[in-house]
Design a protein around this ligand. Structure first.
Ligand SMILES: CC(C)(COP(=O)(O)OP(=O)(O)OC[C@H]1O[C@@H](n2cnc3c(N)ncnc32)[C@H](O)[C@@H]1OP(=O)(O)O)[C@@H](O)C(=O)NCCC(=O)NCCS
Length: 155
């Protein structure tokens, strides 16, 4: 069984995070834009390394920039660790640390694995947005956060 934890990423983690990111964007493996996005997320303390039994197996970017609600911008697991329920555990951990009333995220309609993982983790469908990726709408999901977790000061 995998014990899943999150650790806030530091600048030393940038290369490993970029490596996970590049693994899903194979058409253009070395993108400066991607590196900058990761570097900014680390600086903003919004990037978390996903650990399974203490081994780094992916990352998640989580912050409050979406209407002041919890927002999962991106989650990527190493291929070998997908389909084992780890994504759901990460959503639970983010739900525990989320200080807002709701936790939102989105994914393309073509990403059925992410949609299944979200449904299993208790997320509800919030609606879809067209016009971002041609022919592949962005589906939004949210989950309510327990009242005792919420705080007026977000971290
Ligand atoms: C999306 C992701 C975070 C989900 O986490 P996960 O731990 O793999 O999710 P789960 O193990 O809970 O699997 C979710 C469901 O997808 C199913 N699944 C597995 N492989 C699949 C595939 N290739 N296509 C569709 N569904 C698949 C699983 O069977 C499971 O459903 P089930 O429990 O009903 O059988 C992870 O797969 C990942 O990092 N994918 C690549 C990056 C990505 O797409 N990130 C999301 C960007 S918005």
């Amino acid at each position: 069984m995998n014990i899943v934890r999150l650790r806030k990423a530091s600048s030393k983690d940038k290369a490993i995070v970029v490596g996970f990111y590049n693994s899903i964007e194979q058409e253009e493996p070395f993108s400066l834009k991607r590196e900058k996005k990761i570097a900014n997320a680390i600086l903003d303390e919004a990037c978390f390394i996903i650990l399974a039994n203490r081994k780094a197996i992916g990352f998640v970017i989580f912050d409050y920039r979406f209407f002041d609600q919890g927002w999962i911008e991106l989650i990527i697991l190493d291929e070998a660790y997908r389909g084992k329920g780890i994504g759901g555990k990460v959503f639970d951990l983010l739900g525990e640390q989320c200080k807002a009333g709701k936790l939102f995220t989105s994914t393309n309609r073509s990403n059925t694995r992410m949609q299944k993982a979200l449904a299993k983790a208790g997320f509800s469908f919030a609606g879809q947005l067209t016009g971002l990726d041609e022919g592949d709408p962005e589906l939004f999901y949210y989950r309510l956060i327990k009242e005792e977790n919420q705080s007026t000061e977000q971290s």
